[in-house]
Ligand binder design. Structure first.
Ligand code: TYC
Length: 125
């Protein structure tokens, strides 16, 4: 009679993996990669635009562009002058929520200081 320690549990062998052969039409070891159309689009972005008016001081607009759009003094001045001459100008491009927040912050700062400065956001592309 074969001797086996009673404390050693007998582990059954793992079932054999199925073997696919190329000739059985199941591909054998071949890996088939299916090309799928990309499902995710990049998010819609929004430009935040300041509009010109006849009353808001130039200096206030320059400071607003520096503070809320993180521009240096020279860049902010150039953007302000473009708005003054063309009627409007882009201060930055953001996701929808961030653009809406910028509009609210600029509008609140303008109203608190008694200026009619208008700020809007527009989808791009
Ligand atoms: N046109 C204003 C002035 O002459 C200056 C100004 C610039 C106002 C840009 C608004 O978004 C603006 N005082």
């Amino acid at each position: 009679m074969a001797t086996q320690s009673p404390k050693t549990p007998k582990i059954p062998p793992a079932p054999a993996a199925p073997v696919f052969k190329p000739e059985d039409g199941r591909g054998g070891d071949a890996v088939v990669l299916e090309r799928r159309p990309q499902k995710t689009k990049p998010p819609q972005m929004y430009q935040v635009v300041l509009l010109n008016d006849d009353y808001t001081p130039m200096e206030f607009v320059v400071v607003v562009i520096q503070e809320f759009f993180n521009k240096d003094r020279d860049t902010a001045t150039q953007i302000m002058l473009k708005i003054h001459l063309d009627g409007k100008g882009v201060c930055g491009v953001f996701s929808k929520d961030v653009a809406a927040t910028k509009v609210d912050q600029v509008t609140e700062a303008a109203r608190k200081n008694g200026h009619p400065l208008q700020c809007v956001s527009e989808p791009i592309e």
